[in-house]
Design a protein around this ligand. Structure first.
Ligand SMILES: CC(C)(COP(=O)(O)OP(=O)(O)OC[C@H]1O[C@@H](n2cnc3c(N)ncnc32)[C@H](O)[C@@H]1OP(=O)(O)O)[C@@H](O)C(=O)NCCC(=O)NCCS
Length: 221
């Protein structure tokens, strides 16, 4: 498979709508997401609106016209969002950290690789391509703590977990990107447990510079 990454920040993204829909349906059909096929249609409708968000950027893994994966992001507004899990984030971090760390930063919204293309480092390449668009390194994302593959994936790539919902709960965790200036402040968070010494905690998240995961020639539109 000769894949390449394409960055698209405007309505040209919609020319890949069918491929994005197929990737979304495939990626989020399995546990813990268990999303019905219809959610992929709902996502495509939302994507049309997302294009208008300040700072919107998307990366696609393409093999010819076939989409194997995609990642989207935009700039978190100064007025911190009140939809989805954002209120939990505000409650967990508090208003000051939310403002300093997340507002005006690049928020990764979706990262998905088609099930047939998993394990080929396409996910890391997509994340690299999108976060490279955040010149100040201030990238962040939310994921479900039930998504163990995704949680491990972000930690191995040097993302720093910044909120810790109850273990085995259903909440969402905030991750700060490897180059986020606040990432060092989260070192050691969430590791004080009765059964585990501090130094055994998620010190896996140790990358201090942006990792690179090339997939082939990078094109821009
Ligand atoms: C998380 C995700 C984007 C990773 O993309 P990827 O291109 O497979 O990333 P990698 O190639 O680095 O593989 C990551 C890990 O997935 C697992 N994996 C590997 N091959 C796999 C396969 N065929 N099927 C399922 N998981 C696989 C492995 O744990 C692998 O890590 P390892 O090979 O170092 O042990 C992708 O698994 C995905 O789309 N998942 C569903 C949607 C999702 O959870 N998105 C994130 C929401 S916040």
């Amino acid at each position: 498979m000769a894949s390449s990454i394409r960055i698209v920040g405007d309505e040209r993204l919609l020319s890949y709508a069918a491929g994005i829909r197929a990737v979304y349906a495939s990626a989020f059909a399995a546990p813990p997401w268990d999303e019905a096929e219809s959610m992929a249609d709902a996502y495509l409708e939302r994507l049309g609106d997302d294009l208008a968000r300040p700072g919107f950027v998307a990366a696609l893994v393409l093999d010819g016209d076939t989409v194997h994966g995609f990642c989207t992001a935009w700039t978190t507004p100064a007025d911190f969002p009140k939809d989805r899990c954002h209120p939990q984030v505000l409650a967990a971090l508090g208003p000051q950290r939310t403002r300093d760390w997340l507002c005006g930063a690049q928020e990764i919204d979706q990262l998905a690789v088609h099930a047939r293309a998993r394990g080929r480092r396409l996910g890391p390449a997509l994340l690299d391509a999108v976060t490279a668009e955040a010149a100040d390194g201030r990238s962040w994302l939310l994921t479900s703590i039930r998504a163990e593959t995704a949680m491990d994936f972000y930690q191995r790539l040097g993302w720093h977990q910044a909120t810790y919902p109850a273990p085995r709960g259903t909440g969402a965790a905030v991750f700060l990107g490897p180059c986020h200036p606040a990432a060092p402040a989260t070192a050691g968070w969430g590791v004080v447990r009765a059964d585990r010494p501090v130094e055994d905690g998620p010190a896996r998240a140790t990358a201090s510079r942006r990792p690179q995961h090339p997939v082939g020639g990078e094109r821009r539109s």
